[in-house]
Write a protein that binds this ligand. Structure first.
Ligand SMILES: [Zn+2]
Length: 224
């Protein structure tokens, strides 16, 4: 299987964010070359409509995701959550390390850099009604797919898994293939070897459900 580029075979370490050798490193993002190229074209097109697309988050390694996971796990644990409750609480918003779409170099969280709103920028309400990113959202709704970028966590009551994220887009020509390969992996060993907190509860059965409901709880355009 290739990334859509010549001779780049996917390895398990790439699928799970443990290798960043294929990423293009720019000041404000890290992406696979093909995704980066398409993003730059989209950025130029948006600028013509006076929208300055800025990437807030792109490639994130397994180890960065593990830090986020373990920090949340410890916090919930100190609040008296059982391990099971703890894991379910974290996966409302965060992925289990090794399973983040941000490991792939195809996924981006974006805002409009013309605007500097107060507080956290990645909030759903900022993309709706009178929010600061309504114009950005409208532009992306109309144009992003021409550049291969699709909204992942759509606003759809029937969709299972992670909450709606109006800022998270994925470069479909590559990410569709990565997801397909990732779903085949047995991840349980990865969690144990890397001492992901709660890994004893991240059993084969748990991960099977997580794959079905969370990793596949996405825009159908991003699935094979
Ligand atoms: Zn994201």
């Amino acid at each position: 299987m290739s990334y859509g580029q010549k001779n780049n075979l996917l390895s398990n370490t790439q699928l799970t964010g443990q290798s960043e050798v294929y990423m293009i490193k720019k000041v404000d993002y890290q992406l696979l070359p093909e995704a980066a190229k398409s993003f730059e074209l989209m950025k130029i097109a948006a600028l013509k409509d006076n929208i300055k697309i800025k990437i807030i988050s792109s490639f994130r390694s397994f180890y960065q995701q593990e830090k986020i996971w373990n920090r949340k796990f410890k916090k919930n644990d100190s609040m008296g959550f059982s391990i099971n409750e703890n894991i379910l609480k974290i996966i409302e918003y965060s992925t289990i390390p090794g399973t983040s779409r941000h490991h792939w170099g195809t996924d981006i969280d974006v805002v409009d850099d013309n605007i500097n709103p107060e507080g956290d920028v990645l909030l759903t309400e900022k993309f709706y009604k009178n929010g600061p990113y309504v114009k950005l959202k409208k532009w992306l709704d109309e144009n992003s797919e021409k550049f291969g970028f699709y909204l992942v966590y759509t606003k759809n009551d029937k969709r299972k898994g992670f909450e709606h994220e109006p800022w998270h887009y994925s470069y479909a020509p590559i990410s569709k293939n990565i997801l397909k390969e990732l779903l085949k992996l047995d991840l349980t060993k990865l969690f144990i070897e890397n001492k992901v907190l709660g890994s004893k509860y991240l059993t084969v059965e748990f991960i099977k459900n997580y794959k079905e409901n969370f990793l596949l709880g996405i825009n159908s355009e991003l699935k094979h």
